[in-house]
Design a protein around this ligand. Structure first.
Ligand SMILES: Nc1ncnc2c1ncn2[C@@H]1O[C@H](COP(=O)(O)OP(=O)(O)OP(=O)(O)O)[C@@H](O)[C@H]1O
Ligand SMILES: [Mg+2]
Length: 401
């Protein structure tokens, strides 16, 4: 069928034609904003999930919902920033938000104070003052200028929250990929939000990242668990997965045969990104108006090849020989989380010897630790890919300390 009319969206962060299975999170977000706006407190959310399950898409929905409710949105995709870069990025965003609350000519009271606090916040990282050149205010000495990120960020977010409150507005920070925050940065954000919650200010933080986050944040601040819920999103239920394929096609008068749907759910296991790839391939391969069993079989082969040379391959290419052997050993044990000791044993080594490899894989975002001692793949079906492409488990003849 005509690829121009293909409705599927196998792209990072691309809004799917039908967003299924995420109503609970969408409702929770709306309740969060409405409660905060009314001066009530509510736990915010840190969404966790594997690669390609729809975290970025969900944050985009949150953004749209916040804008609908007249909230101001600060959106940041976190990368491995040092503290200076982190301060700069936040300062840039807060600056933009101050201008969005009111034009500079109207800055009085809390808004002017927030601008001064922001200016203080940047003095250490931006001595020339380029970031804050046109704020037209002097730094507020003693606020946000201590050099300690947690204290300074708290000053900034409290000041911003007070400014927003005075103008009957709210600010939501939406941060993606927050597993890349350093512990200090995460702690600083949590500390700042802890304070804005105590002050009942209309400002909140909703974030998304890989699953090791819940553990990271929990370690970072014991009260993080009371400030945030950590909803995990993952594969879609069987009926939701079917709906994600059926509905977009139905809108164009195209339907899937039952056999084709069975192949799809079997192959994708309900993972959103794989479903979009499958939908796209089967549409393009089919003569229509029915996507039948033969189309689905061809789509499966095509998608598998595409994933093997793209989605999986880019991750594979980022590993060293030893790291790859470690992953391959994990794959041998199956898709579920595995004890460090079990993987090491398969490699004929001790977990201590393998420790640095495992840490590196976690740092690279290929593995995460759902619980102490356990590690699992952050990429769905990575185990199957490894077994497909590296049929025999071999242990590199490299001496480890
Ligand atoms: N609820 C959903 N129903 C159907 N498709 C979805 C859904 N959510 C996301 N998708 C599709 O899944 C793919 C991945 O979405 P997204 O980029 O948001 O995932 P992610 O969790 O942010 O992945 P990553 O960890 O790699 O950043 C996209 O192609 C998107 O269109
Ligand atoms: Mg994403």
């Amino acid at each position: 069928m005509d690829p121009r009319k293909n409705p599927y969206t196998p792209n990072a962060g691309a809004r799917p034609p039908v967003l299924v299975g995420r109503q609970d999170e969408l409702d929770a977000f709306e309740i969060l904003l409405d409660r905060l706006r009314a001066g009530r407190s509510e736990q915010s959310m840190i969404i966790t999930g594997l690669r390609g399950v729809g975290k970025t898409v969900l944050l985009s929905e949150f953004r749209a919902s916040a804008i609908d409710r007249n909230w101001l949105v600060i959106e940041v995709e976190i990368a491995k920033h040092d503290n200076e870069q982190f301060r700069n990025i936040l300062a840039r965003e807060v600056r933009k938000t101050l201008f969005a609350i009111a034009p500079r000519t109207k800055w009085v009271g809390n808004l002017k104070r927030a601008a001064r606090v922001l200016k203080s916040f940047t003095v250490t990282v931006d001595p020339q003052g380029t970031l804050t050149a046109n704020l037209g205010v002097e730094p507020l000495e003693g606020e946000a200028d201590s050099g300690a990120l947690d204290a300074d960020l708290t000053d900034v977010l409290v000041a911003l929250g007070e400014a927003a409150a005075q103008h009957n507005q709210g600010v939501v920070l939406l941060l993606d990929e927050i597993q890349f925050l350093t512990r200090l940065q995460l702690e600083a954000l949590i500390a700042a939000i802890h304070k804005t919650v105590q002050r009942q200010l209309p400002i909140t933080l909703t974030a998304a990242g890989l699953p090791q986050l819940a553990e990271l944040a929990g370690e970072a601040k014991s009260y993080a668990e009371r400030l945030f819920r950590f909803p995990a999103i993952g594969k879609l239920s069987d009926s939701d997965a079917r709906q994600a394929l059926i509905e977009p096609a139905y809108a164009s008068g195209v339907r899937f045969s039952d056999a084709a749907l069975n192949t799809a759910t079997d192959f994708t296991d309900g993972y959103p990104y794989f479903l979009q790839e499958f939908g796209q391939a089967s549409w393009n391969l089919s003569e229509g108006p029915e996507i039948n069993a033969a189309d689905a079989r061809m789509a499966k082969t095509e998608v598998e090849e595409k994933l093997d040379s793209g989605f999986f391959k880019v991750r594979h290419d980022r590993t060293t020989e030893l790291e790859l052997a470690y992953l391959r050993a994990m794959a041998e044990l199956g898709p579920e989380p595995h004890l460090a000791g079990a993987v090491a044993e398969l490699l004929g080594r001790t977990s201590r010897q393998c420790g640095p490899i495992r840490s590196k894989l976690i740092e690279k975002g290929l593995l995460y630790t759902p619980e102490h001692g356990l590690a699992a793949f952050t990429v769905p079906q990575f185990d199957r890919y490894l077994i497909r492409t590296i049929p025999a488990l071999t242990v590199p003849d490299v001496r480890l300390r």
